[in-house]
Design a protein around this ligand. Structure first.
Ligand code: C2O
Ligand code: CU
Ligand code: CU
Length: 521
């Protein structure tokens, strides 16, 4: 029903455009001068707005309508009178410490309400706010303490996804924070600049709490990232984009009720949010922008591309900067994966609109606004990544993703808090071989892709089915999509002690038991 309604809306909008078109040219098909300029502009606006909404807006068309005679600043203001929201930018979390090289942060996990659709309220969860959380920003080498207060009426944890810390600070299912209680965690940052994130990780509870809104970004800066000539003004030309899908019911509520299909495939919604907003827009200068993308969805895999097939450059993967920038037109991110990309808008004029899409379906719009911006030359070499030599590996472990629905498992076992599945020696280098065989039932069903993630460590990919991984997967990774029929070999050195999780990052699979524990000691 919902789909039909949306389709109807699009059709109506399209018809309206046609109508405006016909009116525009009926009144004065030959002489534009007689036609009130104002009316022409307002009609063009509606046309542009309509086209943008229908998202079949080739850049050439908007250019045609703008034709220098319209002030693009006003164009966009007019456009936005409809139903467009500016992209929300999560705030940076205040560092309460005044000492150098020490950072202190306070997070409150809270229940809230939010209107994803105007006038329709739903219950949400948030860190220090109504949905998602602030960006925690630290420096490599810094001593960080974070106090987390749980104001939910249930347990939660806060897991630092991608952070290399001891098990007791990892925020996994063993670090439960009871309702009304606090958790103090303290660690030293010891890894390169990266875009990490944080989210809850209670046993069987991750899917629901993340879905309701608990997720935030965690940035690490270092000397390398500081020194590169790349955009780095937070919220200005260095902008986070947290992409999530929701199933909004007719009253605009997000409920976490899983049907059998959701248990099988993971919960996938029809409405895509960027930083918590439906189809928002962001004004961008005519220059280079840096976007930090997080797939914060429970289960959906995205293929990001721009409406006009605009090229962009990936500069970082999950665990930090790549050695070299990688040019691309498409980027696949599975749940929990991150990528930093540079998009160059300098070819566009004021008022041009570029859309970020998932396989062609619009997610948000970029409106080129200012004329000039400082020029950035993305260097050919971004960071030095020391390759881990496979001959240093002392052990090869196999992780086999198997089963469907309630049977999903790794190596034939489902998560058991009282069982340690793998024992790893501290400082050992190991090769982990993750496979997703398409045998038996799974094969008949065509199989399904699983994003593998392990806590407390960053990997380097050795190969996918024996073939060197694509260029944008040659940096540090903590989440790796494993396609049906694929075997991926990764290598890592385990430098932190404690109990850690490895699991599928489709949260419904994780919650069902597609997770295991390894202990480093
Ligand atoms: Cu993103 Cu086990 O976590
Ligand atoms: Cu993690
Ligand atoms: Cu899975």
């Amino acid at each position: 029903m919902k789909v039909n309604k949306r389709f109807l809306k699009i059709v109506i909008k399209f018809l309206r455009i046609l109508y405006i078109f016909s009116q525009t040219f009926k009144e004065d098909p030959t002489d534009m001068k007689k036609y009130s300029r104002r009316k022409f502009i307002s009609n063009s606006l509606k046309v542009t707005a309509g086209l943008a909404v229908v998202s079949i807006v080739p850049i050439g068309l908007t250019k045609f309508f703008n034709q220098d005679r319209v002030d693009p600043g006003n164009v966009w203001k007019e456009l936005m009178k409809s139903d467009q929201t500016p992209l929300p930018i999560p705030p940076l979390l205040e560092n309460k410490s005044s000492m150098p090289n020490v950072a202190e942060f306070h997070l409150t996990v809270q229940m809230s309400k939010k209107e994803f659709i105007k006038g329709k309220e739903t219950n949400t969860l948030g860190y220090n706010g109504d949905y998602l959380g602030p960006v925690i920003r630290v420096k490599n080498g810094e001593e960080v303490s974070i106090k987390v207060k749980n104001n939910l009426n249930e347990e939660t944890t806060v897991h630092w996804h991608g952070l290399q810390v001891n098990g007791e600070n990892d925020g996994g299912p063993h670090n439960l924070i009871k309702s009304g209680e606090s958790w103090n965690t303290r660690f030293t940052i010891n890894q390169p600049a990266a875009t990490l994130w944080y989210h809850p990780h209670g046993l069987h509870k991750t899917g629901e709490q993340v879905y309701k809104g608990l997720a935030g970004l965690f940035y690490i800066d270092d000397e390398v990232s500081d020194s590169l000539n790349i955009p780095k003004d937070y919220g200005v030309n260095d902008v986070p984009l947290v992409i999530q899908d929701k199933r909004l019911d007719s009253s605009g509520k997000i409920e976490y009720n899983l049907g059998m299909h959701d248990v099988m495939m993971g919960l996938q919604g029809e409405t895509i949010l960027v930083n918590g907003a439906i189809n928002p827009y962001l004004e961008v200068p005519s220059g280079k922008m840096r976007f930090r993308l997080l797939n914060g969805s429970n289960a959906r895999i995205y293929e990001f591309l721009f409406s006009n097939n605009q090229k962009f450059i990936q500069i970082a993967s999950d665990g930090g900067l790549l050695e070299k920038p990688v040019e691309m037109t498409k980027l696949v991110l599975s749940p929990a994966e991150r990528a930093e990309i540079i998009v160059d808008f300098s070819e566009y004029k004021k008022g041009d609109v570029v859309e970020l899409t998932n396989q062609g379906t619009g997610l948000m719009k970029f409106v080129v606004n200012e004329e000039k911006q400082k020029t950035y030359n993305i260097p050919d070499r971004l960071a030095q990544i020391e390759r881990i030599d496979p001959s240093k590996s002392v052990n090869t472990r196999k992780f086999v993703f198997q089963g469907m629905g309630p049977m999903v498992n790794i190596n034939g076992r489902q998560m058991d808090m009282d069982r340690i599945d793998e024992e790893v020696n501290l400082n050992a280098t190991e090769i982990w071989e993750i496979s997703n065989p398409t045998t038996g039932m799974m094969g008949m069903m065509g199989g399904m892709a699983h994003p593998f993630h392990a806590h407390g460590v960053q990997f380097q990919l050795l190969d996918r089915n024996g073939v060197q991984p694509p260029k944008n997967e040659r940096g540090w990774k903590d989440t790796i999509l494993v396609q049906p029929g694929e075997t991926v070999r990764v290598i890592a050195t385990f430098k932190y002690q404690g109990i850690f999780m490895y699991h599928c990052h489709i949260l419904e699979h994780e919650d069902t038991g597609m997770m295991g524990q390894f202990r480093v000691k």
